[in-house]
Write a protein that binds this ligand. Structure first.
Ligand code: PNS
Length: 172
C-alpha cells in the first residue's frame, strides 16, 4: 500500500522536548511520511520546569533534522492554537504511548478544539521500542548516573552528560 499524504498539509508537532528522545525522533520521521511539512514546535508547558533552555532544545532538534527539508523547528511561548492560526496549519500531531497518556492527550485535544474548530489532533502510536521511555525518566536516570544510551540521539546524550557533569565513557 502506498503512503497517501494529507493533501498539502502542515502538521505541528508541539511538545516540551526537554530533551527530544528517540521516541520523538521516530514519531517525526513517521509524521513526515504523512504530511508535507512537520513543524516541531518547542512549546511552553506551564506545569513543567525545564532542564534545557528553549534555545538548547531547538538546537538539538535542528541538528538532528538538518538534512530533512520537511522538518521545520520553531518555538512558541503562548497558546498553541494561536500559533496554529498564524502558521496556517490545521493539524496537531501527537504521540500516544500507554493508556496513561490517553486522558491527558484527550483533554488537550478537546480543549484545543474548543478554542478553534479549525484544528484536528492526529495521534500516532509510539513506536514499540520507545513505549516505556520519556524525557522525564531519561533525565532522572541520567542525573543519577544510569545509562540512557540508545534512548536519545547522540547530541542530546552529550548535552545530558554536560548538564550532569559526567565524562564521556561514564555509564550515562
Ligand atoms: O511535551 P508536553 O509537555 O506534554 O507538551 C505539552 C504542550 C507543550 C504541547 C502543551 O502544554 C501546550 O500546548 N502548551 C502551549 C500552551 C497551550 O496552548 N496550553 C493549552 C493546551 S490545551
Amino acid at each position: 500500500m502506498t503512503q497517501e499524504k494529507f493533501a498539502n498539509r502542515i502538521a505541528i508537532y508541539p511538545g516540551s522536548f526537554d530533551p527530544i528522545t528517540n521516541g520523538h525522533v521516530d514519531l517525526i520521521k513517521r509524521g513526515i511520511r504523512l504530511f508535507d511539512e512537520v513543524i516541531v514546535l518547542v512549546a511552553y508547558n506551564p506545569n513543567k520546569s525545564y532542564l534545557f533552555s528553549v534555545e538548547e532544545r531547538e538546537q538539538f532538534i535542528r541538528e538532528i533534522f538538518s538534512d530533512n527539508s520537511g522538518v521545520r523547528v520553531d518555538s512558541h511561548s503562548g497558546l498553541l492554537v494561536d500559533y496554529l492560526k498564524s502558521s496556517g496549519a490545521s493539524v496537531i500531531l501527537r504521540g500516544m504511548r500507554a493508556v496513561s497518556d490517553f486522558e491527558y492527550e484527550f483533554q488537550m485535544a478537546l480543549m484545543n478544539r474548543r478554542q478553534t474548530r479549525e484544528v484536528e489532533t492526529v495521534f500516532l502510536m509510539s513506536g514499540f521500542k520507545w513505549f516505556y521511555s520519556s524525557s522525564k525518566l531519561i533525565k532522572e536516570v541520567a542525573s543519577m548516573g544510569g545509562s540512557v544510551k540508545g534512548l536519545v540521539p547522540e547530541n542530546v546524550h552529550r548535552g545530558l552528560m554536560e548538564k550532569f557533569n559526567r565524562r564521556t565513557g561514564s555509564r550515562v
